[in-house]
Design a protein around this ligand. Structure first.
Ligand code: MIC
Ligand code: SF4
Length: 642
């Protein structure tokens, strides 16, 4: 077996490991963060289960820590109290980004982790099967329910050679994105192996698995070896280590080879993580802002490299350099060993340990500004400034450019610093609060920002509605439900958020949807790529959206639509997309019967009223998903089945 098959088979609850077929796996650990967590816990509460049934569940506060108004602090209070009541560890604001902290303090090779954040695959860096999902799926897993997914194909990424100086893990994953694109990982697990693996540290591996999300992959995974053992030992957790790798005669569905020796510093240009160029190709581009951090590049070794490169130098007068270390552990160690002083002396601005600029929480660039970031997503407008040009680079390229004021290949800095992994990380978990052993005594505190979330109803006889919007390929969840400093405080207030749904594509969409009493969304390929935010399904539900007609869907978003009872219909013939105009009326006659027979491969017929024609569509769903859709969503389905 390959490593992915080993991890899945040791957790398999139902189904056969045949790619594309639905399987159910047991979940050992869960994580949530504040911007998806409120909804996940409201849903968990609605299930009426007193205490989580996982081995470890952790609630992190990392996305919105600005507290510009009471809303945000209310969310934190709600999550802290609900976690305390139901047996969930609580990582306080300031303790760091969920993926970084989870890797440091909780992740275990061989375990499954389900997280309400698309970058949960970071845990694949230490040999976990770590998957991102919508909040409701995570709530079900916390309650001891299985996680259902289509058995992925396994793509072996054979790493040969070793990295040249100044070339980093970030460049490796940018190279994979160049080769495969943002759709290249859909339906697959990217399994890294080959002689190149041993030369990569755990933080480097985690950078690579983290950005597997940008390939659309179900997850990515590295073996657990001596390097993993040394990392866990340095975290004081050697007992959590087990050895894991693929069998020597393992087979794979696909294979690519990446020659580490040949990779050079790369950059993802606006506005997609797969828009890759060599740094050298566009070197000299004038830079306004540099942001270093985010869950993909905020480890201790990343930050120490940054400190070493900044030592004794000064940031260019026209550049604002902002740095957010990934966790309190990282920040604490930098403070203790002088690295932080080198960073501050050079003129960098230090931010709290959290997501910060990555999700548009502050540090929005100036109009038309060029911003270099070590983040994983450079979707248009995500930085908080629509006209900003965001480029994704490694920390090394980021520092070289912050010093020169221009995009700069780090090779120009001379000899690369050698930063070794510490033998002991500074372990101090005083910002992690264990849950109360007597949960029944704990009161959950709910501020006025915690509003009820919309719930769907059973499928009606006929589904009718107009085309409320028609969008292109690769629409991200940042388009569907934008996140920025203004909107993030309202993640527990779906009625408020709905007024911003799809507004980056068409500002009139929410008003049109409300006036029409709901309808259909028409979309191209890979609809809903990016974040796991369930709000990208809840806000359309609030506006009465009944179905999305698309050429194809991204995995997590499609699951979120189904969980909320919205039909994800795929055009059987892509040219039908071209025949649709805004406002066209559709009818799905005998909807429930059609949904039932879709599981057996029958087309769902959508009548295109203006053209008097029938559009054939497919519902690529399992029998369980059929029942969820018929019930009007997972919560109704769960209630019906109990
Ligand atoms: C992201 O990077 O887009 C986020 C913000 O972390 C999201 C979660 C969210 O929308 O709250 C993700 O990746 O799932
Ligand atoms: Fe936070 Fe950015 Fe990572 Fe999402 S991608 S978890 S916003 S740091």
């Amino acid at each position: 077996m390959n490593l992915t098959e080993k991890l899945i088979s040791s957790h398999l609850i139902s189904g056969n490991m045949i790619s594309g077929k639905e399987i159910a796996i047991k979940i050992d650990q869960t994580l949530t963060q504040d911007s998806t967590g409120t909804m996940a816990y409201l849903q968990f509460e609605a299930m009426g289960i007193p205490r989580v049934k996982t081995e470890r569940s952790v609630a992190y506060i990392d996305h919105n820590t600005l507290q510009t108004g009471f809303e945000n602090a209310d969310d934190h209070k709600y999550i802290q109290t609900v976690a305390n009541k139901h047996g969930i560890y609580f990582s306080k604001p300031g303790n760091g980004i969920c993926h970084q902290v989870h890797l440091e303090r909780f992740g275990k090779p061989g375990k499954t982790l389900l997280g309400s954040d698309s970058h949960t695959p970071t845990g694949g860096g230490i040999g976990m099967l770590a998957i991102g999902a919508g909040g409701l799926d995570v709530a079900v897993a916390m309650g001891g329910g299985a996680y259902y997914l289509a058995m992925p194909k396994v793509c072996r990424v054979n790493l040969v050679g070793s990295l040249q100086p100044w070339v980093t893990a970030k460049d490796v994953i940018l190279e994979v994105l160049r080769l495969l694109s943002v759709k290249g990982g859909i339906g697959k697990v990217m399994e890294y192996s080959g002689e190149g693996v041993k030369s990569l540290s755990v933080p480097q591996r985690a950078t690579i698995t983290n950005m597997g999300a940008e390939l659309g992959a179900t997850t990515s995974v590295f073996p657990s070896d001596e390097v993993t053992k040394a990392f866990l030992k340095a975290q004081g957790r050697e007992e959590d280590w087990i050895e894991l790798s693929a069998d020597a005669d393992a087979t794979y569905d696909e294979e690519i080879t990446v020659d580490l020796d040949k990779i050079v510093p790369l950059v993802a240009c606006p506005h997609s993580p797969d828009n890759i160029k060599r740094v050298k190709e566009i070197e000299g581009l004038s830079v306004d802002q540099v942001a270093i951090g985010s869950c993909t590049n905020s480890s201790y070794t990343d930050m120490m490299t940054v400190a070493a490169l900044l030592k004794g130098k000064t940031v260019d007068p026209n550049v604002s350099l902002v740095i957010a270390p990934g966790s309190k552990q990282v920040m604490n160690m930098l403070a203790a060993n002088g690295g932080l002083a080198d960073i501050i002396s050079a003129g960098a601005r230090i931010l709290e340990c959290g997501c910060g600029p990555c999700i548009g929480m502050g540090q929005a660039p100036a109009t038309n500004a060029v911003s270099l970031r070590t983040i994983n997503r450079n979707f248009e407008g995500r930085s908080g400034t629509k006209s900003a040009q965001v480029y994704i680079v490694s920390p090394e390229t980021a520092v070289a450019s912050a010093l020169s004021g221009k995009l700069t290949d780090p090779n120009s800095l001379g000899e690369a610093p050698l930063i070794s992994m510490p033998e002991h990380f500074l372990v101090n978990d005083n910002l992690i609060i264990p849950p109360s052993p007597e949960g029944e005594m704990v009161n959950v505190v709910r501020g006025p920002n915690i509003q009820p979330f919309p719930k769907n109803t059973k499928v009606p006889k006929d589904i009718r509605g107009g085309a409320l919007i028609k969008v292109d390929d690769n629409i991200t969840t940042d388009h569907i439900m934008p996140s920025n400093a203004k909107l993030l405080p309202y993640r527990s207030n779906v009625p408020f958020l709905a007024d911003y749904c799809l507004t980056p594509c068409d500002p009139k969409f929410p008003a049109r949807a409300k006036a029409a009493g709901g309808g259909f969304i028409v979309a191209g390929q890979n609809y809903g790529q990016g974040s796991s935010r369930e709000h990208a399904a809840l806000a359309p539900l609030q506006l009465g959206v009944k179905a999305v007609l698309a050429k194809s869907f991204a995995r997590i978003h499609m699951a979120n639509l189904i969980n909320n009872g919205i039909l994800p219909l795929v055009f059987a013939n892509e040219w039908d997309y071209d025949t649709i105009q805004l406002g066209d009326e559709f009818i799905i006659k005998y909807a429930a019967d059609q949904i039932k027979s879709a599981v057996d491969g029958q087309d769902v017929i959508v009548t295109h009223v203006r053209k008097g024609e029938e559009i054939a569509t497919r519902l690529n769903i399992s029998a369980r998903q059929r029942d969820i859709l018929l019930a009007g969503g997972l919560l109704n389905y769960t209630k019906e089945s109990n």
